[in-house]
Design a protein around this ligand. Structure first.
Ligand SMILES: O=C(O)C1=C[C@@H](OP(=O)(O)O)[C@@H](O)[C@H](O)C1
Ligand SMILES: C=C(OP(=O)(O)O)C(=O)O
Length: 450
């Protein structure tokens, strides 16, 4: 499961024969699961992670922590509910970490490795060598760590863990990824002097993900002073302290709910996602507003979030800087709308799993679309689309976006649907279950007793 899955044969994307009407239980959040694992590993007592996401990115995180000596026991209850018990231990090197193409693993773990008592070598998929890591590497060096790399500010590299890290004041340009900030903050309670971290770049993407980091640190007992909490703009401070072992229940992955909600919009149907949190730092919560602006209606109640299409899909002009990971599915809906869309503020997506702006423009245009790249996003002019092969560039979100297009386009075949395993291995089954309106889709977590 943690290896890069072999390419699967072309997946014929099912077209919708009518309005969808389904309840889809979406597995746990990647971002919460991987933060939960890191914080639990750094705690001074054992903790629990309930309803963790089990996918390539989270299993790579668990494997990497185990390689450094952390105990992670996977338990499944009689009704299929899953929980992971995390047992912290002294962090050890030598160890080898495979990051796959997981931004959270390649960025969150070098600071953890700096606390290990020996060398920790990091390697990953070919694409991981191209994704920015300089913010983490340079900041860790400034905080006292020794790192051997080839000077490009990227993988592969070895962190020469010395058992502790001085910490203190440091500047980072996180305009290419918010994960630089999250990475340094997550381990900071364990640095001798904590951290005072200043972002010095022009822009900072994915603020909700930074809020998620701060919220989860505070839940684990850390003392964090942040711009959101009235602190200085672009400066975060974390005091040195022990972290508590928590019993954490992971929310459903709201970004992975996107294709299912999109299906309601595209088919004029209705989809309910159970366990949608009332309050959350997940960027996927913005889908309620974005898809409503695009023509749908939604309601949050005890059953979860119910999203309804109204038969009309409207184009949108929207800044997705804060919620960039939602872009591919929003772009697919925009390509099926009745007017032009402009998606802004997402230049940093060129450095995600693939160059998402180039890939979306190329693949949509090969099906007859009219999509152009702007300096910081995409302009999408809806056109009648035809079938063909949709290439996915080992990007889970390209694959789910293609499935959304396929609802309305005959003869669309998706290359390597197994790439959804990065964050949602059960995507093909959930998708066909939704289209069949099956009520035998996995029961909600509450029903599974977790
Ligand atoms: O911290 C996180 O969990 C994430 C932060 C974001 O990264 P970027 O700021 O690099 O876009 C997001 O796109 C990614 O999917 C998950
Ligand atoms: C950008 C993403 O992932 P990563 O955590 O690898 O950066 C994503 O999931 O859309």
């Amino acid at each position: 499961m943690t290896g890069n899955p072999a390419h699967t044969p072309l997946w014929p994307a099912p077209t919708a024969t009518g309005a969808v009407d389904a309840t889809v239980t979406v597995p746990g959040s990647k971002s919460v699961t991987n933060r939960g694992l890191v914080l639990a590993a750094l705690a001074s007592e054992p903790g629990w992670l309930r309803r963790p996401l089990r996918s390539r990115d989270t299993l790579l995180m668990a494997e990497a922590l185990r390689a450094m000596g952390v105990g992670i026991e996977e338990q499944v209850n009689a009704t299929g509910g899953e929980a992971w018990r995390v047992i912290p231990a002294g962090l050890h090197g030598p160890a080898h970490v495979d990051v796959g193409n997981a931004g959270t693993v390649m960025r969150f773990l070098p600071p953890v490795a700096a606390l290990a008592d020996g060398p920790v070598h990091f390697d990953g998929d070919p694409r991981s060598y191209e994704r920015p890591l300089h913010g983490v590497i340079d900041a860790l060096r400034a905080l006292g760590a020794r790192i051997d790399d080839d000077g490009r500010g990227a993988l592969p590299l070895t962190v020469q863990g010395a058992g502790s890290l001085t910490g203190g004041r440091v500047e980072v340009d996180a305009s290419s990824s918010s994960q630089f900030i999250s990475a340094l903050l997550l381990s900071a309670p364990r640095f001798n002097q904590g951290i005072e971290l200043r972002h010095v770049g022009r822009t900072l993407p994915s603020l909700p993900h930074i809020r998620m980091t701060i919220d989860m640190l505070r839940m684990a007992g850390a003392q964090v002073d942040s711009p959101d909490g009235g602190g200085e703009r672009d400066v975060w401070r974390v005091a040195p302290s022990a972290l508590l072992g928590r019993d954490l229940t992971v929310e459903p992955d709201l970004s992975n709910a996107a294709p299912f909600l999109a299906a309601a919009l595209v088919t004029g149907g209705r989809v309910t996602v159970p366990d949608w949190p009332e309050r959350t730092t997940q960027p996927g919560d913005a889908l309620r507003e974005i898809f409503t602006l695009m023509g749908g209606e939604c309601e949050l109640d005890d059953a979860g979030l119910t999203f309804k299409g109204t038969g009309r899909i409207k184009g949108i002009d929207v800044d997705l800087h804060d919620v960039g990971e939602l872009t591919p599915v929003i772009a697919a809906v925009a390509a099926l709308a009745d007017s032009e869309s402009v998606l802004r503020g997402i230049a940093h997506l060129r450095l995600h799993e693939t160059d998402r702006l180039a890939a979306l423009a190329k693949e949509f245009n090969e099906l007859g679309g009219d999509v152009s790249e702007t300096e910081d996003g995409l302009r999408i002019r809806p056109r009648p689309l035809h079938g063909g092969v949709f290439h996915t560039y080992e990007d889970h979100r390209l694959a789910t976006a293609a499935a959304v297009l396929g609802l309305a386009v005959d003869g669309l075949e998706v290359e390597n649907i197994a790439t959804t395993g990065k964050t949602l291995p059960e995507f093909p089954e959930l998708w066909s279950g939704m289209l069949a309106g099956r009520s035998d889709a996995p029961a909600s977590y509450a029903a599974r007793g977790v």
